[in-house]
Design a protein around this ligand. Structure first.
Ligand SMILES: [Zn+2]
Length: 492
């Protein structure tokens, strides 16, 4: 192979794309990767050319690039119901193949990941050369963390944001009936500075009605039932293969790692004193035990200070369902949509720690009556202002139901989903700020930044640029327009 030589690939869609031959092309388990001269796209071929000729693999990949593609609008041949707006949203969150190479051999073309998912200069303070390496999450959640520059590490809030980003991407995939099959720290890149994630290695997706890919997963993320039955013949009905419910094990493992910087099953328990291999198999497979299992403390580290009880009550419950009820019982595992919802609720309870030296900087306010940062134990001294958002019940005048709670902080932005009951914080919502919270001369204000029809507690109109004071017991309308939310203030 002549490194540096430019080759032209013929695409199935009739086009062509140039790529640069490289004798040291990066090689994964299944494929190797070349890049286009401008490095905007990766052109990937199978390590074993027979895989590329396998009609089942080709067929599966064609549907991934086409009708199951959430990064392409339905109009352009992508997923059903996908608009250009939602397609664009997911383009930055998946590294989804965009075309199929016909010759010189079967392969795929993927966009390269955005620059923020590669380490730049000065990423390590300990002389580790990380430049150009991709940001796999275990750099940030594992033992290597101490070698990474503090500027790269983000804080609790950005890690929570990454967890939301990932659960949303997985929810979108599962909604289409797709399973990733190999979700792991290697296949989800994370940028803790911006709190964003990108899901890669999409070509190993499990597609409904197609032959499953021949991947079994990555150590630490394989669902216990898959690991336990891995030695059985794939046609044996007892064999568990990667599917949506196995993704629903890997997803909370990643979320737990992002939020706690440790693995939920890696504790002190010794499962097999004689064989490290057997010990590992039991610990992640048939005998796996959550390190925070409330009933079985055999795998609990002695010095466990920060636990799932430091999160919101809703997230605590989900982790118990994922790693206690559902660890060996896949149907009990929370769905990606449940994770997304609970993480968003927790996001609305974030509070900045008053200790300027707090390592985590932000925490989830679990209980207004016990407002203490779980990381540095600093107690909140400032007022705690909670907005309860309510929507009118259709057809029942004066009857409202709660549809969200927000614990505010100074300079907090508010969006359409804080104003209208029919907008949710998801890929369909716009991200224009509609109002913001501001602490001014000891007064807490909600400033109208672009809402028509906001009314004050006394019923007068609050024009853009003006504010409502957030006093305990105040009730006002975010807007008097259709689907407008009512806001109840509590200040303690
Ligand atoms: Zn703190």
């Amino acid at each position: 192979m002549n490194s540096g030589q430019i080759m032209t690939a013929q695409l199935e869609n009739g086009g062509t794309i140039d790529f640069v031959l490289d004798a040291n092309a990066p090689r994964g388990g299944m494929k190797h990767t070349f890049f286009t001269p401008d490095k905007k796209y990766a052109v990937q071929f199978f390590n074993n050319p027979q895989d590329g000729q396998n009609p089942n693999i080709q067929d599966r990949i064609r549907t991934i690039v086409g009708i199951y593609n959430p990064t392409l609008s339905e109009q352009d041949g992508g997923a059903l119901g996908n608009t250009e707006k939602t397609a664009e949203y997911f383009r930055s969150r998946f590294c989804w193949p965009v075309a199929i190479v016909q010759s010189p051999e079967f392969g795929i073309v993927c966009p390269t990941y955005p620059q923020r998912f590669f380490f730049g200069d000065n990423a390590s303070t300990h002389g580790l050369n990380l430049k150009g390496k991709d940001k796999k999450s275990n750099w940030f959640t594992g033992r290597m963390r101490k070698y990474i520059s503090s500027g790269e590490l983000g804080d609790f809030r950005t890690m929570l944001s990454a967890a939301i980003c990932l659960s949303r991407s997985i929810r979108r995939m599962h909604q289409a009936g797709l399973a990733h099959s190999d979700l792991s720290c290697n296949n989800v890149l994370i940028d803790p500075q911006t709190g964003s994630t990108v899901v890669i290695d999409i070509d190993s997706l499990v597609v409904p009605g197609k032959y499953p890919p021949e991947v079994c997963g990555t150590r630490g993320y394989i669902a216990p039932e898959v690991l336990t039955t891995m030695e059985l013949d794939p046609r044996d009905p007892r064999r568990c293969l990667p599917c949506v419910s196995t993704d629903l094990h890997a997803l909370p493992v990643l979320i737990y790692e992002y939020l706690f910087l440790r693995h939920p099953l890696a504790g002190p328990k010794i499962y097999s004193p004689d064989s490290a291999e057997e010990d590992d198999f039991l610990a992640m497979g048939p005998k796996a035990t959550f390190i925070e299992d409330p009933n079985d403390t055999s795998n609990r580290p002695q010095d466990l200070k920060i636990t799932i009880q430091s999160l919101s009550k809703g997230l605590e419950k989900l982790f118990l369902r994922a790693f206690v009820d559902g660890l060996h019982n896949p149907s009990e595992r929370p769905t990606a949509m449940e994770w997304e919802r609970e993480l968003l609720k927790a996001w609305d309870r974030l509070r900045r720690c008053e200790n300027p030296h707090c390592e985590k900087k932000w925490f989830i306010l679990r209980d207004e009556r016990e407002p203490v940062c779980p990381y540095c134990k600093t107690r909140v001294t400032d007022k705690i202002i909670t907005l309860t958002l309510k929507s009118a019940m259709r057809g029942k005048q004066g009857v409202y139901r709660d549809c969200g709670e927000v614990v505010v902080y100074d300079q907090m932005p508010l969006y359409d989903w804080h104003v209208y009951s029919n907008v949710h914080n998801d890929e369909k919502a716009g991200n224009d700020m509609r109002a913001y919270i501001c602490k001014h001369n000891g007064m807490w204000l909600l400033v109208n930044h672009g809402i028509e029809g906001m009314t004050s507690p006394t019923g007068r109109l609050v024009p853009k640029g003006q504010a409502v004071e957030l006093k305990d017991g105040a009730v006002f309308r975010m807007t008097d327009r259709e689907n407008g939310l009512l806001c109840e203030v509590s200040a303690i």
